[in-house]
Design a protein. Structure first.
Length: 734
């Protein structure tokens, strides 16, 4: 029994031993391979190493490596084939960092990679990315394993959906979603369907959450021939596309499409289309724009300037400029072969709007939206400085930025004489009107015509004018006044339906309902025209020259001075020669103020010539003189006038050709006839001679002789006859 018991125990032990050995061999086969012995300098090593950093409710950072080793007693862990995942706050994305080799400092929660590092931003946890992801490549990168923030002082390169860039030194904060490029920043932005843009800056900060880029402390934006230099700038993105750029102390230039555009301001805001084309540029504080093309260079400076652009041929062409606040626009002509240089134009206003022709090369029109001043500054000796003030102005341009037309409301102009005119003492001229419209020669930009309407007023020295409408002809320097026209100076005034005034000389021609007033000559006692009173006139037409020294009236002309009058179809006064002439239905009327009751001496004829030196009025053609108690007819009459201080202006009259005289009135009338007669007013003496003189007295009969002399005041008659032909008398019987 005992043997059986021992045998049973032995059998059980043998079975257990066999089972143990079998199980052990199976376990050995299933167990992982025993790691190699650690080198003497290491404490530990491992493969497929994982380290995580968690926050309440989520994993923040996960570090994986294919192999890990840690030196004996060292505080760092060396990682190979590193993958660092930095998880975003709830949003289902993470940033991935890859490096062939890195060092991990657990105590400091710091990771450092000396070699090349690649960072991919915004990888979806589930699914594939919907667009190209941004990547950063650099070296010498330090990571904060707790926050995931990465920094480097070395050159870094970036690729993203719409471009690429590089910088010296960079950092990335995954929590703030902020990328910081520290210096030497260059970014090439390539928006699909538009021209690429290069961003350069001393420093760049990009905040993904805000879709904004900060460029510090200087910045440059370049697109082909367009460049903007600035101090700091802010770039605002929309789905990865640049939409707004805000720049400080900015200066921009665009030299494309045959145009040269420069602009600057303390603050500039640029708006871009989804295709990356410039839509709008706004400059504030010390804003300035220079556009050069064609025949001129145009500069605009203001407190605030807005530039509007239109897409044209894949480019952004300037379409509109709005300037506000102390605005000054200068248009300087460019020298062109074969073309005289026109004036430089300066336009000042609070608000100016400029519109461009299609393509943005040339101006189409300029409008002022507030009161304005326009100056034309001479560039050649013959040109004059002109200044125009108005409540509103509008300028239109032909091709090549050549001024075509101009309009103004409530206009006030001033034109200064050029140097040659100043030497001749020509004064400046000033005009004013409700409306002004000018046209320019498109070839030379010289003023071709100028029309001012609505209460027009003109002044040049002591010369003045006014009318409802005025039209200027610069080539002839003639100003045409229409409707209620009037001109005046120190020597007199003229009004008419229409007046043509030569500005250089002051000569003018008037038409229609002419009324004139002239101050008398300074010579006292002029005989025909007194120095005591102004000379009034009216006619259908009038011409004045030599500063009113030569006056001509035509068409039912009439001059008067007090009670004295001269009427004719035409009257001409030549003050230089001291003469007056009249033609066609001449009629003169002079007031006699002798001892007798005042009366008129009236003379009618076909023509009159008066000379001041002789004080002689020579009437010709059907002369008829009538004065108190005397009526005389002849073919011509010479009337000699006394000084106006005398009681009667007429001193004596000499009549020739079929002379007929009627003297007296009522019961006694004397009629004389001869070829020649002389009448002396002081003695009331009449002398008849030539052509068988004859005197018929209604009371005493008829007397004939070679010469008859009769004194009306003394009722005395002296008859002289030749020896062969004695005088005869026939006594009328009662």
């Amino acid at each position: 029994m005992r043997w059986l018991y021992l045998a049973a125990i032995a059998a059980i032990l043998a079975g257990l031993g066999a089972t143990y050995q079998s199980r052990r061999r199976a376990l050995n086969r299933e167990s992982p391979r025993r790691p190699a012995s650690l080198p003497l300098e290491l404490d530990s090593s491992a493969r497929d190493w994982v380290w995580t950093h968690r926050a309440p409710g989520r994993t923040m950072v996960e570090v994986r490596a294919k192999s890990v080793k840690q030196e004996s007693g060292a505080a760092r862990i060396e990682l190979e084939n590193l993958e660092l995942k930095i998880f975003a706050k709830p949003g289902g994305k993470f940033d991935l960092v890859k490096s062939a080799r890195a060092e991990f400092f657990p105590a400091q929660k710091r990771l450092y990679s000396e070699g090349e590092v690649e960072i991919t931003l915004g990888i979806p946890i589930d699914g594939r990315p919907s667009r190209q992801l941004a990547r950063i490549r650099s070296s010498g990168v330090t990571f904060d394993s707790a926050s995931g923030k990465a920094t480097t002082e070395r050159r870094s390169k970036f690729t993203f959906e719409n471009g690429e860039g590089e910088a010296l030194g960079a950092s990335y904060d995954p929590e703030a979603k902020e990328l910081h490029m520290r210096s030497g920043v260059v970014v090439d932005w390539k928006t699909p369907g538009s021209r690429p843009m290069k961003l350069e800056a001393g420093e760049l900060r990009y905040r993904e959450a805000e879709d904004m880029i900060w460029l510090l402390p200087w910045s440059r934006l370049t697109r082909e021939n367009s460049v903007v230099d600035a101090a700091s700038a802010v770039v605002k993105l929309e789905q990865g596309v640049i939409r707004i750029v805000e720049a400080q102390k900015a200066r921009g230039a665009d030299h494309s499409g045959g145009r040269r555009l420069q602009y600057s301001a303390d603050q500039v805001v640029m708006n871009f289309s989804p295709r990356g084309e410039v839509e709008r540029v706004v400059g504030d504080q010390n804003a300035r724009l220079l556009a050069t093309s064609g025949a001129s260079a145009t500069t605009i400076s203001a407190d605030h300037v807005e530039l509007g652009f239109a897409a044209a041929g894949g480019e952004s062409a300037l379409a509109r400029v709005l300037a506000h606040g102390n605005t000054l626009l200068e248009s300087a002509p460019q020298p062109l072969a074969g073309r005289p240089l026109p004036e430089t134009r300066l336009l000042q206003s609070q608000t100016i709007e400029m519109k461009m022709r299609a393509g943005g090369r040339d101006m189409d029109r300029i409008d002022t939206l507030a009161p304005a001043e326009l100056q034309f500054l001479p560039n050649r000796p013959a040109q004059r400085r002109r200044v125009l003030n108005a409540s509103r102005m509008s300028v239109r341009y032909a091709e090549g930025n050549r001024i075509e037309s101009f309009e103004a409301v409530n206009a006030l102009t001033r034109t200064d004489p050029n140097a040659e005119e100043q030497a001749r003492n020509r004064p400046a001229s000033v005009t004013q009107s409700k409306h002004l419209a000018a046209r320019f020669d498109p070839a030379t930009e010289a003023l071709a015509s100028l029309e001012q309407t609505g209460d027009f007023v003109y002044a040049s020295g002591d010369r003045n004018a006014r009318a409802a409408t005025a039209v200027f002809e610069p080539g002839s320097e003639i100003m045409i006044l229409e409707s209620n026209a009037r001109v005046w100076d120190a020597s007199g005034a003229t009004s008419a339906d229409r007046i043509e005034l030569e500005q250089a000389s002051g000569d003018f021609r008037a038409q229609g309902h002419v009324v004139s007033s002239r101050q008398p000559d300074s010579n006292p006692g002029s005989g025909l025209l007194s120095a005591a009173e102004p000379v009034q006139a009216r006619a259908l037409r009038m011409a004045s020259s030599g500063r009113n020294r030569l006056l001509r009236y035509e068409g039912a002309a009439e001059l008067w001075q007090g009670a004295n009058r001269i009427a004719a179809e035409s009257i001409e006064i030549d003050r230089e020669r001291g003469s007056l002439s009249a033609g066609g239905n001449v009629r003169t009327q002079f007031l006699e103020t002798g001892k007798k009751l005042p009366g008129f001496t009236i003379v009618k004829s076909s023509r009159l010539v008066y000379t001041e030196k002789e004080r002689l009025a020579h009437y010709t053609g059907g002369v008829h003189m009538n004065r108190a108690g005397l009526d005389m007819r002849s073919r011509e009459l010479r009337a000699f006038l006394l000084d106006s201080k005398s009681g009667s202006q007429l001193e004596r009259a000499l009549a020739d050709g079929a002379v007929e005289i009627v003297e007296g009135a009522g019961a006694r009338v004397r009629k004389g006839s001869s070829e020649h007669a002389e009448y002396f007013t002081g003695e009331e003496k009449i002398v008849l001679k030539g052509g068988e003189p004859q005197l018929v007295d209604s009371q005493r009969g008829t007397t004939r002789g070679d010469e008859l002399t009769y004194w009306a005041a003394h009722d005395r008659l002296v008859v002289a006859g030749a020896p062969e032909k004695p005088a005869t008398s026939r006594i009328r019987r009662k």
